[in-house]
Design a protein around this ligand. Structure first.
Ligand code: NAP
Length: 261
């Protein structure tokens, strides 16, 4: 058995015996931190296809979870009351203050709507992210993990060609977070798929990739949850792709190789 795994199994016992404070998880081994933590995690987009997988993983790892939704009644109807729900809209900063009350860390899997022009890329991916960042800052949130899109690069690489590309708003949202002073990770997902997670490898990349690449929502969720506690994920923007790999879990050790922004 690997030493880390042995430590994970023994940690609760050791911490009880030694009187170690489980809250002192910052900078500790990621897996140990997630198991030992009693932190409250706010999940933006908790009703969405990726966000609900984030919620599931967090619960499996023993975190306390609060889901953010624009319609609490509908969220409870669909997902029940196993987690706490809070009603908020990223376009309205007043609703975000209570949502962040007591929150230690935040993951956003929020996405703009294609159908509702009042909830489009500028309002959600830029103004909404800005409002989330401000609320996280004023509540001293320790980690902010933002789900973004690989395609942001397409627009950003040629700003002159793409002044009206909706992806520019996503980039502006990312930039606001990068310049906020918060401890963050920006996870740029490639084309999302709903197949099972943990079946293929995951590539964390900061280079230009060409051709079509995909990633399962479950693997994106796993990467974002890992970012909450892994010290090597701090202050980094990177893309995630599925790749063939002998060990589907080896990506967890790859954060250290990524450049800080
Ligand atoms: N499709 C792709 O291939 C692809 C690739 C890379 C990245 N992405 C991005 O990945 C993210 C997640 O995708 P997904 O398909 O999992 O999302 P999804 O199922 O469409 O869920 C979107 C979530 O955003 C929330 N939301 C929307 N507007 C909001 C607002 N104004 N205030 C608060 N919450 C709001 C919704 O919550 P309520 O309705 O409960 O309020 C919902 O939970 C999106 O940003 C998407 O653009 C997609």
């Amino acid at each position: 058995m690997k030493l880390t795994k042995l430590f994970i199994l023994l940690f609760p016992l050791l911490s009880f015996a030694l009187g170690v404070n489980a809250q002192q998880s910052e900078g500790e081994d990621a897996a140990v931190a997630s198991i030992a933590s009693n932190e409250l995690i706010l999940v933006g987009g908790a009703t969405g296809q990726t966000g609900r997988l984030v919620v599931q993983l967090l619960r499996e790892q023993g975190y306390r979870v609060r889901g953010l939704t624009r319609d609490k009644e509908s969220a409870i109807k669909q997902f029940g009351t196993e987690i706490e729900w809070v009603e908020a809209d990223v376009r309205n900063p007043d609703t975000l203050q209570p949502a962040f009350d007591g929150v230690n860390k935040f993951i956003s899997a929020i996405g703009a709507s294609n159908r509702d022009p009042e909830n489009g890329p500028e309002q959600v991916n830029y103004i909404g992210v800005k409002n989330l960042v401000d609320a996280a800052k004023s509540n001293r949130v320790k980690r902010f993990v933002l789900m973004s899109s690989r395609s942001v690069e397409r627009a950003v690489n040629d700003l002159n060609q793409a002044p009206n590309d909706p992806l520019i708003w996503r980039f502006k949202g990312e930039e606001y977070l990068r310049n906020s002073g918060l401890v963050y990770s920006v996870v740029r997902a490639s084309g999302l798929r709903n197949s099972l997670g943990g079946e293929n490898g995951v590539l964390l990349s900061q280079t230009d990739e060409s051709g079509l690449r995909y990633v399962t929502r479950a693997d994106v969720a796993a990467v974002m949850v890992e970012c909450l506690a892994n010290p090597d994920a701090r202050g980094k923007t990177f893309k995630v792709f599925n790749v063939l790999a002998d060990d589907p879990e080896s990506w967890r050790d790859d954060f250290a190789e990524l450049q800080t922004d």
